[in-house]
Design a protein around this ligand. Structure first.
Ligand SMILES: Nc1ncnc2c1ncn2[C@@H]1O[C@H](COP(=O)(O)OP(=O)(O)O)[C@@H](O)[C@H]1O
Ligand SMILES: [Mg+2]
Length: 396
């Protein structure tokens, strides 16, 4: 079929032609925004799920809902090598400028600028990747201790008060939250705790890999009372089918039932893979309906493309020993494996590979679904490891 009109959109954060199966989360966001803005209490939430399930796409949608609900909203993505202040401050400063531009003068907004300046002065000695500057005076003695856990809550509180004074509300949306350090996560949790107690209009929405849940728990044990952690998983079968049929039918193209069944079998309903298979099948099919033989070709093409990009970029960031570890995890079979069995496969003691395992968790490659268990954060990554390392030596 004509590749120019191909509706499918595999890619990190690429909006799908039809966002199926996520209405509950979007409703939840909407209710939270309305409630917080009206001065009612509501838990913030952090989306948790594997790579490619659609977390970034959801955060973009939630950002839009926030703005449509009259919020000043910022959306940022955490990185392994970037500090939380460096991540947040440019957007927070921009947000304060937005609040400042509204109607007449607000003393609360002016104060928040001073607190931001103090915060900058304090934090500059600790982190060196903050690149913004402000030319107003600081509020000396406020938020300038250099201790993130005490300064960040003060800063965010002042911003929430400024927003409240402006009869508006603030949404802070952070992707890839698993990359925060414990100290940063702890500071963020304490800030949200304080803001919730004062019923100020500031919402936090985040997303991250499953290790995010453990990170928040270790940072502050009361985090679980403060946040919901909605699980974002593969799509239910009916939603997955709709994600394929909807966009195709909209252009008068049908997909046969056996073709759909085969896509379900290959993709297991994971959104990224649904888009990839849909995309390849569309280009390969000569005429409607898209049938089973076309899907068999599409599978070859899709796996090839995934191996070259989605899987490959992650594989290339691994050290040789990390590759061996993941290979051992892969050949033990699908699903979570005991960490002890992985070490055994590598002919070493579990303690010997504990640092490798920890690094892989930090890099976001694996996680621990339950104590002592290990699994991939990227669906179907085990099959890829077996393709790319058909025979693997063991660690010695
Ligand atoms: N609900 C959905 N229905 C269909 N496709 C989706 C859905 N959510 C996401 N996708 C597709 O899945 C892919 C991955 O989405 P992304 O948000 O980057 O995932 P994540 O951030 O969880 O890794 C994108 O190509 C996107 O178009
Ligand atoms: Mg993402």
């Amino acid at each position: 079929m004509n590749p120019i009109t191909n509706p499918f959109s595999p890619g990190a954060g690429t909006p799908p032609p039809e966002l199926t199966g996520r209405q509950t989360i979007l409703n939840k966001a909407n209710i939270m925004f309305q409630r917080l803005k009206a001065g009612r209490s509501e838990k913030s939430f952090l989306l948790v799920g594997l790579r490619g399930v659609g977390k970034t796409v959801l955060l973009n949608e939630i950002h839009r809902i926030a703005i449509a609900s009259g919020y000043k909203s910022i959306l940022v993505e955490a990185h392994e090598k970037k500090s939380l202040p460096a991540l947040l401050l440019p957007s927070l400063r921009e947000l304060l400028f937005q609040l400042d531009r509204m109607e007449n003068l607000s003393e609360k907004v002016k104060r928040s600028f001073r607190v931001l300046k103090s915060f900058l002065n304090g934090i500059k000695l600790k982190v060196h990747d903050v690149e913004i500057s402000l030319d107003n005076d600081p509020e000396i003695g406020t938020a300038d201790s250099g201790d993130l856990e005490s300064d960040l809550p003060t800063l965010l509180e002042s911003i929430a008060e400024a927003a409240s004074d402006r009869k508006t509300a603030v949404a802070i949306i952070i992707d890839e939250l698993q990359y925060l350090s414990e100290n940063e996560m702890s500071a963020l949790i304490m800030a949200i705790h304080r803001i919730a107690q004062k019923k100020l209009p500031l919402a936090l929405v985040g997303a991250g890999l499953p290790q995010l849940v453990g990170l928040t728990g270790r940072s502050k044990s009361y985090a679980e009372r403060l946040f919901d952690f909605p699980k974002i998983g593969p799509l239910e079968e009916s939603d997955a089918i709709e994600a394929l049929k909807g966009p195709a039918n909209a252009q008068g193209v049908e997909i046969t039932e056996s073709a759909l069944n085969e896509i379900m079998r290959q993709t297991q309903g994971y959104p990224y893979f649904l888009q990839e298979w849909g995309y390849q099948a569309w280009n390969l099919a000569e005429v409607s309906p898209i049938d089973l033989p076309t899907i068999l070709l599409a599978t070859k093409e899709s796996l090839h493309r995934l191996d070259e990009s989605f899987f490959r970029v992650r594989f290339d960031r691994l050290t040789p020993r990390e590759k061996e570890y993941l290979h051992a995890l892969a050949i033990l079979g699908d699903g979570a494996q005991r960490s002890g069995s992985i070490a055994e496969k590598l002919n070493v003691k579990p303690q010997a590979v504990a640092p490798i395992r920890n690094n892989l968790i930090k890099k976001g490659m694996i996680y621990s679904p339950s104590y002592g268990d290990t699994d991939f954060t990227v669906p179907l990554f085990g099959d890829f490891m077996k393709r790319i390392m058909p025979v693997g030596p063991t660690l010695g």
